[in-house]
Design a protein around this ligand. Structure first.
Ligand code: PGA
Length: 237
């Protein structure tokens, strides 16, 4: 079955290494029959023209404007130049380190959804919220959906518990199943991804969870060989 595999490069790779990665990946996918939809989110300095046949390039961030005076940001016009039509919004690192509030995330969503972008919208609780119990966690996750139009057809949600991101220890299959089952009740047909220490060793098991429509991968996707292994192991066996 076709699922979504998205790679978030975060603050890794240069323009040169991203191009090498993409060319390598394109060749690999030309030879393999991988049924999944693949997305790559390089840093904004390494955005490439979206000409690859086997995957699409998206942006990790953009400001809700066509252009203007927003020092350090890029807007719709800069994305247009590369044919970029996919965007990450609400990643926990932007919420945490860049201070992006729910209102701010919702504004980005509103702007780019009106422009027909595919939006990978991220939610996820911290360890301290998790420790407060399931009910608090679910209420928190729901608060991160405030202002997001769940009827938008090009919306995907990535559930990424912060405590599992970059730690090497993913949520357990039971934990993913529990939260995803609840989220599915709210989200209905919206594709639901899991993120947080997904790697070649756990992708197969994670993909067996019926409520997992895809994955958003950070660290394990940055090396091409490791990403290829993830793609290989994502196939049903
Ligand atoms: P990770 O990151 O795979 O390194 O845990 C996931 C993410 O932040 O999207």
């Amino acid at each position: 079955m076709s699922k979504i595999i998205a790679s978030n490069f975060k603050t890794n790779h240069t323009r040169k290494t991203t191009l090498a990665f993409c060319n390598h990946l394109e060749n690999f996918l030309n030879q393999k029959n991988i049924p999944h939809q693949i997305r790559l989110f390089p840093p904004n300095t390494a955005l490439l023209d979206n000409y690859f046949k086997n995957f699409k390039i998206g942006a990790q961030n953009a400001y809700f404007t066509k252009n203007g005076s927003f020092t350090g940001e890029i807007g719709e016009e800069q994305l247009e130049e590369f044919g970029i039509q996919s965007l990450l919004i609400g990643h926990s690192e932007r919420r945490e380190y860049l201070g992006e509030t729910q209102v701010f995330c919702a504004k980005k969503f509103e702007y780019f959804s009106q422009r027909d972008f595919e939006i990978f919208y991220c939610i996820g609780e911290s360890l301290s919220t998790k420790k407060e119990g399931l009910e608090k966690t679910l209420t928190f996750l729901q608060s991160q959906l405030q202002g997001i139009d769940l009827d938008y057809p090009k919306l995907l949600i990535a559930y990424e518990p912060i405590w599992a991101i970059g730690t090497g220890i993913s949520a357990t299959l039971e934990e993913i199943t529990q939260i995803h089952t609840y989220l599915k009740q709210i989200l209905g047909r919206i594709p639901l991804l899991y993120g947080g220490s997904v790697k070649s060793q756990n992708i197969r098991e994670i993909f067996k969870i019926p409520s997992v429509d895809g994955v958003l991968i950070g660290s394990a996707s940055w090396e091409i060989e490791s990403f290829k292994q993830i793609l290989e192991n994502s196939l049903e066996k």
